[in-house]
Structures are given as C-alpha cells and as structure tokens.
Ligand binder design. Sequence first.
Ligand SMILES: Nc1ncnc2c1ncn2[C@@H]1O[C@H](COP(=O)(O)OP(=O)(O)OP(=O)(O)O)[C@@H](O)[C@H]1O
Ligand SMILES: [Mg+2]
Length: 275
Amino acid sequence: MESTPAMAADALPSITVKHAPHSARAVTAVIRTEQLTIRYGSTPAVGAVTLDIPEQQVTAIIGPSGCGKSTLLRSMNRMNDFIPSMSVEGRLTYRGMDINGSACDPVELRRRVGMVFQKPNPFPKSIFRNVAWGAAINGYRGNLAEHVEQSLRRAALWDEAKDVLHKSALALSGGQQQRLCIARAIALQPDVLLMDEPCSALDPIATARIEDLIDDLKSEYTVALVTHNIQQAARVSDRTAFMYMGELIEVDDTNVIFTNPGNPKTQDYITGRFG
Ligand SMILES: Nc1ncnc2c1ncn2[C@@H]1O[C@H](COP(=O)(O)OP(=O)(O)OP(=O)(O)O)[C@@H](O)[C@H]1O
Ligand SMILES: [Mg+2]
C-alpha cells in the first residue's frame, strides 16, 4: 500500500515509502540483539547494539561504509565465527535461543537463518544442482524436481530457467545468478533471510526484480537487508535501522525514519549530507 506521509523539510523528495507503519501491530522478534558488542581484536566494530528483527517484515540496516552493518548482519547466523580475531559480548537470540550459547549448532542455525551475499556466488554446477543442493543438505525427502521448481518460482527465476535447468549456473546473468542464490537459500526452507547488499552488483532492472522479490518473500520469511542504497531501504523495508560508527543511532518504521527521524544524524545521512 502506498503511503504519502508529509515530508520533513530536509527529506529527499524522490523517496517514496512503500509500507504502512507496523508499530500498532504486535510482532514477534525472530532475532534480537541486546547490548551486542562485536570486536575484531580489541577494536569494536559494533557497539552495544540493541535491535529486534521482527517476524515477516523486512528490516533494512543502513549507514555509511565501515559502520558495522555487515558485522552485525553476519553475527545473526554466526558467519563471523570464521574470523579468528572476532569476539562477541552481550546477548543475541534467535527465537529465544542464545545464538552464541553452547546449545546452538551453527550449522543448523545457518539453515534456519540463511544468507545472500553482495556478489552472487552460485556453485559451478547446473542451475538444478545449485537449488537441489539446499534441499539435499536439508534432508528433503519429497519430489526434488518439484522442490527445485517451487524454489525457482519463489525466487522469480523459473520462467527464465525452466528450459536450461541443466546448463551451468555460471552462464546466467548477474541478476539471474543473484535470484538463483536466493532460490538456493529458499530451498533450505529457512526462517530468516539475511541479505548483505544483494543488489549492489546489479543493474537497475535486475535490482527492481530483486526488490519485488524481497517484498514478496516477507509473506513467508523474515528478512534483514543491509543496503547502501537508501532509496532501496525506503522502497522495500518496513523497519529501518540507521548505524553510525558501530552504534545503532535509531530504528523505527521506515516511514518515520525517512520523514521524521528522531536523530539529526539520521536526517543528515538520508538527505545525503554524508556517507
Ligand atoms: N575481518 C575483519 N577483520 C578486522 N576488522 C574488520 C573485519 N571486517 C570488518 N572489519 C572492520 O569492522 C568495521 C565494520 O566493518 P563492516 O564490514 O561491518 O562495515 P559495513 O558497514 O558493512 O561497511 P560497508 O558498507 O563498506 O560494507 C570496519 O572498521 C572494518 O574495517
Ligand atoms: Mg558491508
């Protein structure tokens, strides 16, 4: 639904906020960070961030380069574990389970909390095999061909891929490869999709397709999206979190952040004064 709230004096006039506010609705936080600090060595990259990722919504995380967006996102499925100097303080939960606790199996966590990266990274295998891989490691027992088709349909790639399923995924365009990576993530039947600048390597047409897809995905999934593109955050997200130098400056309904932010730094960032 289009909403046309009054623009704050300094807000970018070209930004249209797509979604109605959700604040009146009771929502479950699928992922919750509480006073989360993440360090590389002794240097904090994320400082005392408290943030909820609400169920079946798109939460955009925006902020200038180096402010800790990717570090925060990667902590949500423990992708930072691969960086030896990294340490975490504070609390981070997935549906109430301590993500960094001993009861959390990171492999299972990553199945439930999938990730799509900036640069599409299909395996050098066929389109079919790329998607079937997800189902296979998930122990899928049903009709594999149907599951692949459904995942490709969900990722809006079926029409382009159905006649070339057994051709190499590397022969697809960048935008198609990104949708394939989304299909592969979906085939794992995740609960949450983390997306780190999924459109930054794509042209405007491919970007528009991925944005439509993100909007569509939230009927089934919870999405956390890191983007440098503030218009994209305005177009696709329900909630927007603004980070600056490792801190969460504010988080609110996207239309509030883009029309009436609480902090002058947010206003400066969304109006292009820095970043
Ligand atoms: N593997 C690493 N080892 C050491 N420091 C790191 C590592 N990854 C990131 N950092 C540092 O942590 C801080 C936050 O980086 P991060 O990649 O999370 O920022 P970002 O907001 O995603 O930036 P960008 O918009 O450029 O992708 C930066 O100062 C960065 O140099
Ligand atoms: Mg990043």
